[in-house]
Design a protein around this ligand. Structure first.
Ligand SMILES: [Zn+2]
Length: 704
């Protein structure tokens, strides 16, 4: 991906600005302060964003013009290196804009987004469609073998050339104009989609009035719900938010089947309520435009275009992998449902398992079958201790060391910052951590890159962040998180480590900017270190007594490792299969609601489970092009992950120094400077096979 397209979200604005105004705008100058400069969050105000974006866009176009119109013959230095050097102001501004979009969204900011997203899409097209610029890139690309370039420079030439071509650089003028129209309209639709989902997450709050409504909930959930209610003006009551972190524990523990159904319906109806925030029409138009765009660019369908430079290469190969896992996963769901029904029958509950019962009864089965109670585990899972555990793992495997710092500004008092050094004491980067849910922050967890590693014009300090939506407890009290949330914490930290370990020359090839079905590999891999005895014995400590997780409990966790894997695989795979199939469907006029229903029926979706992300709330697909026709990437990456972790277990175990070094050298540090398949082979000595994945999930015939 070339640099201008790298921001997760992009935008533009209409207020004219004077030179004086831009001098005062803290978003425009190079970042100052320690660590080679940090984002000036203490000085940034909402009103700075739009003028800064506009000024930065103008500056970037001028830079592009200068490169395109250079009278000298095209060389790597005056074309590709010049492009790498350019666009810095816009990079900085867009990073802050992206932070507002994902974590500080307000109605006022959303207005800015609505104006700027199509303008930023137009800017990208203006750059990609500049014929003089593309002719220069093509000239450097064609002479790349004969011009004495390094391997990384050749890779950059290939990457820029193909990305420009794939974005329409070779089209004729009318086709370019239509493409640009499509991209601008899509930018607006993506904004509408994500703002609608965010509104449904923020606006629907279930306020529980009496203690009877809390039946079955553990103390920690009750306290979090009480704090959430107080924050929203319902002191003395309890609020269940319409986010995954609130929904999941409620469905797991609430004895109140009526309330479970209510919470379930509200959550899975996001974007699908037939009101003005309904996303079905938005999706239909996005699909139609993506279909048209793919054809315009010379591909049969959107997935063919999307997967061309992914590891999978074709939709067929991605489908093949998904289908190989689907059947055993559904088979496992049948067993899980039978186990749950037996528990319900024994309790004389008089119910047939419905989707809002799945988490609740599976928890009871977990207790019965494995004598494992998640509530027994949770007191040992303190957010802050687990964070220290992640740091410890980073030290062991990657020789990265974290120290808290106070001398850089943050955008919210809950955000904290750590300095990262390597074993020799050399400064590597900064890690910002924004752990808690709040209004205006999108749900889920993610990693952000504020400044990518490069050493093109000298060393810089890499800046990355991790963001999640833990429910903040009372001041001074430990925040306890679930096992799943602990895995997510390690997952996102894996992305951060991937960014921090980067050791390349050019920013466009740096860090996590790798093929979509490869980027989840480093992050999923890191999840494996959570349940190593080294981490659990040191960092899973009881929040009151400080006692480590008892060995017997750890043993139970291990035995129950593939428990509920049917549910997890099926809710994910249903989403991934529907994603690919809806993008492979002829998109004349799709009714997403009907398509989803029919496709799930055709797949044989167990009626007790719903897609992890239903289409009207599937931000991965419709908040940007992001994971569209690429949600399979998590499974693809997990195939690599499972296979890679076996490299450790086959050697000296999870902390084997030799394997860890190979992992750093060939995977975490190389960014997109090499083909990921080559990097994997260099690490593992061979290609990945599906066997390890099936063993990991307990789907191998003998592997349970
Ligand atoms: Zn991830």
């Amino acid at each position: 991906m070339f640099k201008y397209l790298a921001g997760a979200a992009l935008i533009a604005l209409a207020i004219p600005h004077t030179p004086e105004a831009s001098m005062q705008n803290p978003l425009l100058p190079r970042w100052t302060g320690p660590y080679g400069g940090v984002p000036p969050f203490d000085r940034i105000r909402l009103e700075h964003i739009q003028p800064a974006l506009e000024a930065a866009m103008t500056e970037q176009l001028a830079e592009i013009d200068a490169i395109a119109n250079d009278p000298a013959a095209p060389t790597f230095e005056n074309t590709l290196a010049a492009l790498e050097r350019g666009g810095r102001t816009l990079d900085r501004v867009i990073n802050v804009y992206g932070i507002y979009s994902s974590t500080l969204s307000t109605p006022e900011f959303q207005e800015i987004e609505r104006v700027m997203e199509p303008k930023l899409a137009a800017l990208q097209d203006q750059i990609v469609q500049n014929p003089k610029l593309f002719a220069r890139i093509a000239a450097v690309y064609e002479k790349r073998e004969a011009s004495g370039l390094t391997a990384e420079q050749k890779r950059l030439a290939w990457s820029q050339y193909t990305e420009f071509a794939r974005a329409g650089a070779r089209l004729d003028a009318p086709a370019k104009a239509r493409l640009s129209e499509i991209n601008q309209r899509l930018a607006t639709l993506f904004t509408d989609f994500s703002q609608n989902v965010l509104a449904d997450e923020t606006d629907y709050v279930l306020v529980l009035e009496t203690p009877a409504d809390l039946a079955g909930l553990p103390e920690s959930e009750i306290e979090a719900a009480s704090a959430a209610a107080a924050e929203r003006g319902h002191k003395g009551k309890w609020a269940i938010l319409n986010t995954r972190s609130s929904m999941e524990p409620f469905l797991t523990y609430s004895d109140r089947r009526d309330l479970r159904e209510k919470v379930w319906r509200t959550y899975y109806s996001r974007g699908d309520n037939g009101d003005k925030k309904d996303n079905n029409k938005v999706i239909a138009e996005i699909l139609k435009l993506r279909g048209e765009r793919a054809k315009l660019l010379g591909y049969p369908m959107h997935p063919h275009w999307r997967l061309e430079n992914a590891m999978a290469k074709t939709p067929e190969r991605a489908m093949e992998l998904m289908e190989a896992v689907w059947k055993p996963a559904v088979g496992r769901v049948r067993e899980e449902v039978a186990d749950m029904q037996a528990v319900a029958d024994k309790e004389k509950a008089g119910v047939r398992i419905e989707p809002w019962d799945y988490r609740y009864y599976s928890e009871k089965v977990r207790k019965a079958k494995y004598d494992l109670d998640q509530n027994e585990v949770k007191p040992y899972l303190q957010l802050e201790k687990l964070r220290e555990g992640m740091f410890w793992v980073a030290g062991e495997l990657f020789d990265l060391h974290f120290t808290p710092i106070e001398n850089v500004p943050v955008y919210h008092p809950d955000v904290h910052v750590w300095e990262v050094k390597d074993g020799a004491g050399k400064q590597v980067g900064l890690w910002y951590f924004d752990p808690y849910a709040r209004p205006g922050k999108r749900s889920g967890a993610w990693m952000n890159s504020y400044r990518r590693q490069e050493r093109f014009d000298g060393e810089i300090t890499t800046i990355v962040s991790n963001n999640s939506n833990f429910v903040k407890g009372k001041p001074g009290e430990a925040v306890l998180i679930s096992w799943d949330d602990a895995e997510t914490l390690f997952h996102e930290f894996g992305h951060a480590i991937h960014g921090l370990s980067s050791n390349v020359t050019y920013p466009s090839l740096s860090g996590t900017d790798v093929a979509r079905d490869y980027v989840e590999f480093p992050s999923q891999l890191l999840e494996h270190w959570l349940d190593t005895p080294e981490v659990l014995s040191r960092f899973a400590r009881h929040y009151k007594t400080g006692e480590p997780l008892p060995a017997a409990l750890l043993e139970k966790i291990k035995r129950a490792k593939t428990f509920n894997e049917g549910f997890k695989s099926v809710e994910y795979l249903a989403s991934a299969l529907v994603d690919m199939k809806i993008h492979l469907a002829e998109a004349r006029s799709i009714d997403p609601r009907a398509f989803e229903r029919e496709m799930l029926a055709a797949l044989g979706m167990p009626k007790e489970i719903v897609m992890r992300h239903r289409l009207p709330q599937f931000n991965h697909l419709f908040a940007d092009d992001g994971y569209s026709a690429a949600y399979y990437s998590y499974l693809w990456s997990d195939t690599l992950t499972a296979d890679a972790f076996e490299a450790f277990t086959e050697a000296g175990g999870p902390y084997d120094k030799v394997v860890a070094k190979r992992l750093r050298d060939h995977v975490f540090s190389v960014g997109n400077t090499i083909d990921p398949a080559d990097g994997y082979r260099a690490f593992r000595g061979r290609d990945a096979t599906i066997g390890a994945l099936m063993r990991k999930r307990g789907f191998a015939p003998d592997g349970r």
